[in-house]
Design a protein around this ligand. Structure first.
Ligand SMILES: *[C@@H]1O[C@H](CO)[C@@H](O)[C@H](O)[C@H]1NC(C)=O
Length: 96
């Protein structure tokens, strides 16, 4: 009746059930976090700007980036990828 197999089965079932409930709670509670990251990018210096032979523009900038990303981090956050994309307008092209 209460063999080792039955008891092991009951313990493993309870452990997996508790794990599933904890995973669900961790996942659902993340929906209540409203991230509000802020960032400010200032161009401090344009070191050089040149047109390449194949038509691309190449620029070297010194920028000052201040960002508060702390609201992105919850217990479900493993990594945050941050990048800066530059767009500018010229008489020939509205979007470069
Ligand atoms: C960069 O920006 C921060 C915040 O606006 C400021 O405190 C810091 O002095 C700036 N650094 C430079 C090198 O301009």
């Amino acid at each position: 009746m209460h063999s080792f197999g039955y008891r092991a089965n009951a313990v493993v079932t309870l452990a997996v059930t508790i794990l599933a409930v904890m995973c669900s709670m961790a996942s659902l509670s993340d929906n209540f976090n409203v991230p509000s990251p802020t960032a400010e990018v200032k161009v401090l210096n344009i070191n050089w700007f040149q047109k390449q032979a194949i038509g691309n523009d190449e620029v070297s900038l010194t920028v000052n980036i201040s960002a508060d990303l702390s609201s992105l981090f919850t217990w479900n956050t493993k990594q945050v990828f941050v990048f800066v994309a530059a767009e500018y307008e010229t008489p020939q092209n509205a979007l470069n």
